[in-house]
Design a protein around this ligand. Structure first.
Ligand SMILES: NC(=O)N[C@@H](CC(=O)O)C(=O)O
Length: 421
């Protein structure tokens, strides 16, 4: 196994250190056989962990596979991703989650941790085999019907109760479906101007309010996917102040883009939940800094050309995120590396129960690392992406910071900004 010495890297704390990567861990001792990487001016972070990735396999391998999505993740600085369950077939049995887990291991570029569906077929009617998925080889801990809301409060309560036994968490796609029928974008002034049916903020806020009460009642863990409104932030703030066991994520696109983008009618900007207003963006940024929102999660949602390059109304919602998330976090939060490590590695690893990830960079820790050039700037070119899909909303934008290298248990998955395999 190749040894690496990252010379003079800046740690999240601001200190500088030589990091010896040997036998899968961060080691001490002789570096005489190590390949030297000049890390002067570079920042070393614990490998990033994404709580919300759509890898599309099985079922839509034309849009993404476990392997291509894993490569995009590694290039984005990730060492672990949680693969959402809205595949075809749905990941609602031990068999499917084990398949995804195995494909992740075979690709070997990031740890792919499957998310299990809460309800059979994401249909919102019957609980899926949560226990069987938890005790399978994939050891599922996060369950989500993402793409759909677990709208029935009785099912949601049962799911929360059920996962308590193995310290699981229900990750809710908060969208009251009766309030978003036919919705095409955020309900507000821009939607009125464009004549598109709106998705009101209250459809998200009402479900989060209900679910934090249910989680409190049951004493269970709730995670809220892709929080997008200022009102949701206030509901979360109050719930956390009361001690409810709730965590929340925000996507890079909700931290950067607004509903004004829809005026282009370019479906690359169609996403669920929709892009909101500048006031929402400001509230989300503030909540992320304060920790009311715990993590940045990509909601990487690759789609085939025919599902995106069509009329707005027919396009599928979703955008790529893995290869640009870190740059957008730096853009939004500034070069606060300790905060970035917290929101993109340590906390998501803790929420997902991924013990091998999110460690401080010190002797004996697993060598899951990413090396970032904070001074680099790059223009986003969709054709450069390792993803099978091209639906990045940042095409042509100049973004700060670049991932130079990524290590998974001491093996380089990215070197010189390029995928090793
Ligand atoms: N976030 C998205 O816009 N799309 C997601 C599912 C979803 O949440 O609708 C997808 O799977 O494409």
């Amino acid at each position: 196994m190749t040894q690496y010495l990252l010379k003079g890297a800046q740690l999240p704390s601001g200190e500088r250190a030589d990091i010896l990567v040997k036998d899968g861990v961060i080691a001490e001792g002789s570096a005489k056989d190590a390949q030297i990487i000049d890390a002067d001016g570079l920042v070393a972070l614990p490998g990033l962990v994404d709580l919300h990735t759509h890898l599309r396999e099985p079922g839509r391998e034309d849009a993404e596979t476990v392997e291509t999505g894993s490569r995009a993740a590694a290039l984005g600085g990730y060492t672990a991703v949680c693969a959402m369950a809205n595949t075809s077939p749905v990941a609602d049995t031990a068999g499917v989650v084990e398949q995804v887990y195995r494909l992740g291991r075979e690709a070997g570029l990031v740890d792919v941790q499957p998310v299990g569906a809460v309800t059979v077929g994401l249909a919102g009617e019957r609980l899926a085999e949560l226990g069987a998925m938890a005790t399978s080889a994939a050891q599922v801990r996060i369950f989500s019907d993402d793409g759909h809301c677990v709208a029935d409060p009785r099912l949601m309560r049962r799911a929360l109760e059920y996962v308590k036994a193995f310290d699981g968490v229900i990750a809710q796609h908060a969208e009251e479906p009766r309030l978003t029928e036919g919705a095409q974008m955020h309900e507000g002034e821009v939607a009125t101007r464009l004549g598109l049916t709106g998705w009101p903020a209250v459809a998200e806020e009402a479900i989060i309010a209900r679910d934090v009460l249910l989680a409190e009642h049951v004493g269970s863990r709730l995670h809220v996917c892709h929080v997008s409104t200022a009102g949701s932030v206030e509901v979360l703030r109050q719930a956390k102040a009361r001690g409810v066991r709730v965590t929340a994520e925000v996507t890079p696109h909700h931290l950067l883009l607004t509903d004004e983008r829809a005026t282009s009618y370019d479906p690359v900007f169609k996403v669920n939940p929709p892009l909101r207003t500048q006031a929402d963006v400001e509230a989300l940024r503030q909540a992320l800094r304060e920790g009311v929102i715990d993590v940045v999660a990509t909601d990487h949602a690759p789609h085939a050309v025919e599902d995106k390059e069509c009329e707005w109304a027919y396009a599928r919602p979703g955008m790529l995120g893995l290869e640009t998330a870190l740059s957008i976090a730096v853009d939004v939060l500034g070069p606060d590396w300790d905060l970035i490590a917290e929101r993109m590695s340590r906390t998501p690893a803790r929420i997902a129960g991924l013990d091998g990830h999110g460690h401080d960079i010190k002797t004996g820790a697993p060598a899951n690392l990413t090396l970032v050039d904070p001074a680099a700037r790059r223009v986003v070119d969709p054709s450069d992406s390792a993803s099978r899909s091209r639906n990045t909303p940042y095409a042509g934008m100049t973004l700060p910071a670049r991932v130079v290298a990524t290590f998974l248990r001491g093996e380089a998955t990215v070197l010189d900004g390029k995928a090793v395999r």
